[in-house]
Design a protein. Structure first.
Ligand code: PAF
Length: 321
């Protein structure tokens, strides 16, 4: 059994204050305001579900830069039940608050907000929720109905509770990042959203808290995702069009034993709508796949140059049994 971190900053004053209730959070935010921050100082928030890895710490370090040396960096740690489907891994999602606090302390966090579910949802499941609209119906939304609505609902609540000037999100969850950006724009929220590039292990696997579920063999199999994305990007760098990008990536995924693809798609980064076969310009190659019981997602920016005339229309989905 682990000891829960206290609600106070560590003795040496270096560690973050760990707060669990709305009142404690208000005090921590107010205490910073009373220190008379410079006009250029900002409050930056990084929202996480815990089980933190280097990808999260990159976000926290970037938040420190964005906030300024005497700005305030708030990390939220909350496994949000609203964004998990009934058959998903809410109960087994890894949790390690004590370890997480130690990690974000070294990355420069000032406050960790780690509320219990009844702090975030005092009335139980909220009746009113944010809808991700059509962004929430495709790709991740098609495989995880309601997931992005659940994400946006908690993100909006956490924005209200932490009142940041800037909020940072990882580019690995590309569809989530787009949905958050659209919410901020469409609902006129007064916060800047910064995307931070995906962090990969040396073997190419995108860092994810869910990687902890993978056995050694599954981890090897999971490398097919980043390999497929890289190969797709190389096709486009070599001057081949959208169909070739998809065909190459899909070929690698289909050959990978133990990898079951939910989707592979080449989309417009501004809408996540699939691009047409004659698309040129920036696009995002997105993949979601299951390896054993673990579901992984990854993506890669590609710049599609003029497609050769013989390129066929891209077959966007590459599901496999
Ligand atoms: O990306 C995540 O970890 C979660 O979706 C988020 C943004 C913290 C909302 O629960």
């Amino acid at each position: 059994m682990t000891t829960a971190p206290t609600a106070a900053p560590t003795e040496d004053g270096v560690g973050p204050a760990v707060v669990r209730t709305r009142a404690e959070l208000r005090d921590a935010l107010g205490a910073w305001a009373l220190t008379g921050p410079d006009a250029s100082d900002r409050r930056a928030v990084v929202m996480t579900m815990g089980a933190l890895h280097e990808g999260h710490l990159r976000l926290v370090r970037r938040a420190r830069e964005a906030a300024g040396p005497t700005g305030q960096v708030v990390v939220t740690i909350f496994v949000n039940p609203l964004q998990f489907g009934p058959e998903e891994d809410l109960d087994r999602y890894p949790r390690d608050l004590e370890g997480d606090v130690a990690k974000v302390a070294s990355a420069g966090a000032d406050v960790v907000f780690a509320p219990a579910p009844d702090v975030v949802y005092p009335d139980g499941d909220p009746i009113v929720r944010v809808s991700a609209g059509r962004i929430g119906e495709v790709l991740e939304g098609a495989f995880r109905p309601g997931h992005l609505d659940g994400v946006l609902t908690v993100v909006l609540k956490l924005l209200h509770l932490t009142r940041p000037d800037v909020a940072l999100f990882g580019e690995k969850d590309a569809q989530q990042l787009l949905a958050v950006r659209r919410m901020v724009r469409d609902l006129d929220l007064d916060v800047e959203i910064l995307g931070v590039p995906t962090v990969r292990d040396p073997d190419g696997l995108a860092m994810s808290s869910r990687n902890a579920y993978l056995s050694d063999d599954e981890r090897q199999a999971a490398l097919a995702l980043s390999r497929a994305l890289r190969a797709g990007a190389e096709e486009s760098a070599a001057g081949r069009g959208a169909a070739a990008v998809l065909a190459t990536a899909s070929g690698i995924l289909n050959e990978a034993a133990g990898v079951v693809v939910d989707y592979l798609a080449l989309v417009d980064p501004a809408t996540v709508e699939q691009v047409p076969a004659d698309h040129t310009g920036p696009a995002l190659l997105l993949v979601a796949a299951r390896v054993g019981t673990t579901r992984l997602i990854d993506n890669q920016a590609v710049d599609v140059v003029a497609p050769p005339a013989q390129d066929a229309a891209p077959g966007q989905e590459a599901p496999r049994d």
